[in-house]
Design a protein. Structure first.
Length: 367
């Protein structure tokens, strides 16, 4: 019994987070700068067979992304002990936190709304219910070790299907309706109640696998909404645009070039969802590529981290965003990871306040 207790106690010391206050020194993260948001990335484990073929690409992407964040916002990368060595020479030590969660897509199974975080039930389409619960439980366990605080709801949604402007305006897709077996009006009322939102738009998803809104739209400013250019699919485009305009009267709505790479748009009567289904067999593990989708950007108080893909329309997309925001636009090359079905925003969890401070301070002392 004593041995068992000792092992548990040592385990807590090795892997738990501790409540503490660290004296400020010359760290890259600044807990006192309220204009900064904390962006958290989760490294793939070197032992994870699922990501083995993409391990190097993911690591290199996260290192480049984290270095781009430094000086603009705060950043912490979660790594397990065996994986940490792949990051140590490329990132400052106080950016790395030796903790483990069971997946890299932090957006989806953590919390939404960095100002007042809420955890929904994770429903990632490629997993069994048991697997998705295990992934989300790893986040819950991590949160408890680090004394993080958030509210929770039994409603089902992936974090990638919530796009908000941090000022009460929320966008989700019809996937939220189907996952929870509710109507569009019920979906709006539920999200208003849970998130404290004032306006909620429910748009038709542009694909059937994940159905995430953050592959379709982004807020460039409180009243500026950037939407994928769906002009090749006029009926679908009309439905999306009309819903957004009806929900957000007077919104500045900008359409951005999007290139799915393989879609034949000669027949404009073909539904976008049907066209995207043609890509699934060529995508990574059944997910259609997110390459060419610039709206999957991480938006903070003062910055927008925009994915680029070494594609012809990258420069035009970046300029369009710069022309329609007061925020600093930072280019992040996501060509090495986008084929997996997500990029910059999908791989990022955002926090503010006490939660952000606890994680930053823990990274400063845990090696």
């Amino acid at each position: 019994m004593r041995l068992g207790f000792l092992l548990v106690f040592l385990s807590v010391l090795s892997f738990g987070c501790r409540k503490h206050i660290v004296d400020p020194v010359n760290y890259v993260n600044d807990v006192d700068d309220e204009t900064r948001m904390l962006l958290v990335l989760s490294a793939p484990s070197v032992d994870d067979i699922y990501y083995q073929s993409k391990f190097e690409d993911i690591v290199q992407f996260q290192i480049a992304y984290a270095n781009a964040i430094i000086g603009n916002d705060n950043v912490v990368v979660l790594v397990d002990r065996k994986t940490r060595k792949y990051y140590e020479d490329a990132l400052p030590g106080d950016v790395l936190l030796t903790q483990e969660v069971f997946d890299i897509w932090m957006r989806d199974f953590t919390t939404v709304n960095p100002l007042d975080p809420v955890k929904f039930k994770y429903t990632w389409a490629s997993m069994t219910q048991e697997e998705s619960e295990e992934v989300q439980q790893s986040f819950v366990d991590f949160s408890e070790r680090c004394f993080l605080e958030w509210e929770s709801t039994d409603l089902s949604i992936d974090g990638g299907n919530i796009v908000d402007n941090y000022a009460g305006r929320v966008i989700t897709t019809t996937r939220f309706q189907s996952d929870n077996r509710i109507t569009g009006d019920q979906a709006r009322e539920e999200l208003k109640a849970v998130l404290g939102a004032t306006q909620v738009s429910v748009i038709e998803a542009d694909e059937d696998v994940l159905g995430h809104a953050d592959g379709m739209v982004m807020w460039a400013d409180d009243n500026t909404l950037i939407v994928n250019d769906y002009s090749a699919y006029p009926n679908y485009r009309t439905g999306v645009i009309n819903e957004l305009k009806a929900t957000f009267p007077g919104v500045n709505l900008i359409e951005i070039p999007v290139d799915y790479g393989l879609i034949d748009t000669a027949d404009s009567s073909v539904k976008l969802v049907d066209s995207l289904l043609l890509l699934q067999q060529l995508a990574w593990d059944g997910f259609e590529s997110a390459c060419g989708v610039h709206v999957n950007s991480t938006v903070t108080f003062e910055n927008i981290y925009v994915p680029t893909f070494d594609m012809d329309h990258d420069d035009a997309a970046l300029q369009l965003i710069r022309d329609n925001t007061t925020k600093n636009v930072i280019e992040i090359n996501a060509s090495g990871v986008c084929e997996m079905g997500g990029s910059v925003r999908c791989l990022t969890w955002q926090q503010t306040g006490d939660n952000a401070t606890r994680l930053i301070e823990e990274a400063r002392i845990r090696k």
